[in-house]
Design a protein around this ligand. Structure first.
Ligand SMILES: [Zn+2]
Ligand SMILES: [Zn+2]
Length: 138
């Protein structure tokens, strides 16, 4: 089987990575830690075997909170990876920092106990191709 290579990086391009492995799982995480760390209502994660990631440009900053490690770009702040030492065989790459996130559709949702109540209604909201109109029709 040919080796799979997945590439990604942060918003500003100062940190780039390459993962050489097949992904193990994909999920949408609603936990409060992910929400706070990302500023988003939910975070898409793709799980890969530990040791399969190489930083190909720059190095991320790593913060440890609640005994877990989150990496992010020290220049633009993009959250990049998550590692829980109690599950040492895998790590999570922020799906939306992969160059083609469309290849990693989430297979489930976890930590829905922490879900922001309106998150489950997002698909029902009015959709605009680009910028939404401002209040008062400005
Ligand atoms: Zn960056
Ligand atoms: Zn989470």
């Amino acid at each position: 089987m040919p080796e799979e290579t997945h590439t990604g990086g942060c918003l500003c391009g100062e940190v780039r990575y390459e993962i050489r492995a097949r992904f193990l799982q994909t999920t949408l995480c609603h936990c409060e830690d992910c929400r706070k760390a990302s500023g988003a209502p939910v975070v898409a994660w793709s799980f890969f075997p530990t040791g399969s990631l190489v930083w190909t440009k720059g190095k991320p900053k790593v913060v440890r909170y609640a005994e877990r490690e989150r990496s992010f770009c020290g220049d633009c702040g993009s959250p990049l990876t998550f590692f829980d030492p109690s599950i040492p065989e895998l790590f999570e790459a922020n799906t939306n920092t992969l160059d083609d996130p469309s290849c990693y559709p989430p297979l489930d949702q976890c930590w829905v106990c922490d879900e922001v109540p309106w998150a489950s209604h997002m698909a029902d909201l009015p959709r605009f191709t680009r910028t939404a109109p401002l209040p008062g029709g400005v």
